[in-house]
Write a protein that binds this ligand. Structure first.
Ligand code: UD1
Ligand code: UDP
Length: 370
């Protein structure tokens, strides 16, 4: 009986991959047609563990690869060699990876070298600019090139893959992040007292961690925040700082000890979702946050020049602002002052799915192996 099961290994390593893959781990584990293995690279450590804990998932393999301020070369070679060992030992029928991180790109390559079928969750996202985001755009291209099954969040993502010449194995599923978000909103409650928010002020939530924003662009973002705080006495800014030292070392000297700016540690997923819900505006360069916020009706201003998520902009909940200080200040100010504009953005529909992406992926896998 056991030998007939489809053996699926899900490989992930960072916070956003974990948030988007854990609901799928749970879904597949509930189906006795599958034997499910969870392999974490631990490209992230604390930020990964907090998500595993939330979803009560104990990995079968923990490669424990994170190093302080790690670089792409060492991390990539570690992932390639360590996943090879696990793939050789377990010989799964299918390896599932997620998105565009180093874990995704290198694990997919490793599975390809091991001649294992590959499924890409969150397939087909593109900016068509290899330098933005770096190195994620190339990771996506690598993963889609070696994949047999591609689970695309939107029609546009499906089209991107078809344009590259691949025609088979493409499924529109929505994004599993909506499955995760709805699970948390429905089932998990928490309070945010520990952040000490002033209930009389409007909260602006900020996150920024992208490599291409390190240095000057991130400095611009911080100076824009300073100016907005000086101009608007009725706002407070909350910035959960990513653990990457390249982020912290730039942000802290500019924004530490500024009145109404709260620099806090990364939040666990439940409090973060609750903080998004309570926010008036979100400023971010995060991929996942752009996908989640429209479900909560919170306008998002994206601190990047290019996007692989144009749907949210078309639907109206998200605006691309870039990292120019004046542009950030004027766009936020407009959203604070202009009620109509604010209403329009907050009422936009979310294009990233209905919360059943994991069901569609499960169905597609069964169809493929039958
Ligand atoms: C990575 C991904 C990025 C993704 C982001 C999500 C790559 C190249 N980058 O970027 O696509 O958007 O994760 O957050 O795959 N650190 C800790 N503890 C943690 C996590 C990170 O201390 O739990 C610190 C470590 O010093 C680590 C550093 O952050 O070396 C950088 O981590 P890394 O995964 O290389 O890059 P991110 O900027 O997190
Ligand atoms: N997130 C979180 N705590 C935080 C910041 C973000 O749980 O302090 C969640 C967020 O809701 C989203 C995901 O982490 O689901 C996004 O991760 P990140 O921005 O690090 O990566 P990206 O999505 O840009 O790859």
């Amino acid at each position: 009986m056991n030998s007939k099961k489809i053996k699926i290994a899900l490989v992930f390593g960072t916070r956003p991959e974990a948030i988007k893959m854990c609901p799928l781990v749970k879904k597949l584990k509930n189906n006795d047609k599958f034997e499910v293995l969870t392999i974490v690279t631990a490209q992230h450590r604390q930020m990964l563990d907090s998500v595993l804990e939330l979803f009560e998932i104990k990995p079968d393999y923990d490669l424990n690869l994170m190093r302080p301020n790690q670089n792409l070369w060492d991390l990539s070679s570690d992932i390639l060699l360590k996943t090879k060992q696990v793939f050789e030992k377990e010989n799964p029928d299918l390896v599932l990876v997620h998105g565009d991180t180093t874990t995704a790109g290198i694990s997919a390559l490793s599975a390809f070298y091991s001649r294992i079928k590959i499924g890409h969750v969150e397939a087909g996202l593109r900016t068509f600019d290899k330098d933005y985001p770096f190195p994620e755009e190339i990771n996506r291209v690598i993963v889609d090139s070696v994949s047999d099954l591609m689970f695309c969040p939107t029609d546009k993502a499906c089209e991107n893959i078809k344009k590259s010449g691949i025609q088979k194995g493409i499924y529109k599923t929505g994004n599993t992040v909506i499955d995760a978000l709805l699970y948390v909103i429905k089932n998990k409650k928490t309070d945010l007292d520990f952040i000490n928010l002033n209930p009389d002020l409007k909260t602006i939530l900020l996150t920024s961690h992208r490599r291409e924003n390190f240095g000057k662009p991130l400095e611009n973002i911080c100076f824009a925040i300073k100016e907005l705080i000086e101009k608007n006495k009725d706002i407070q800014i909350v910035y959960p700082l990513h653990l990457n030292p390249n982020v912290r070392n730039t942000v802290k000297p500019i924004l530490e000890n500024i009145e109404r700016v709260k620099l806090i540690e990364p939040l666990d997923y439940i409090p973060f979702c609750n903080l998004m819900k309570k926010s008036h505006i979100i400023l971010t360069d995060s991929g996942g946050v752009q996908e989640e916020a429209p479900t909560l009706g919170i306008p998002v201003l994206v601190l990047r020049d290019e996007t692989e998520r144009p749907e949210a902009i078309e639907y109206g909940g998200v605006k691309l602002v870039g990292t120019n200080k004046e542009k950030i200040v004027s766009t936020v100010q407009n959203l604070l002052d202009n009620k109509n504009e604010y209403e329009k953005m907050s009422k936009a529909i979310n294009p990233y799915g209905d919360g059943f992406a994991c069901d569609y992926i499960e169905k597609a896998i069964l169809e493929y192996f039958n």
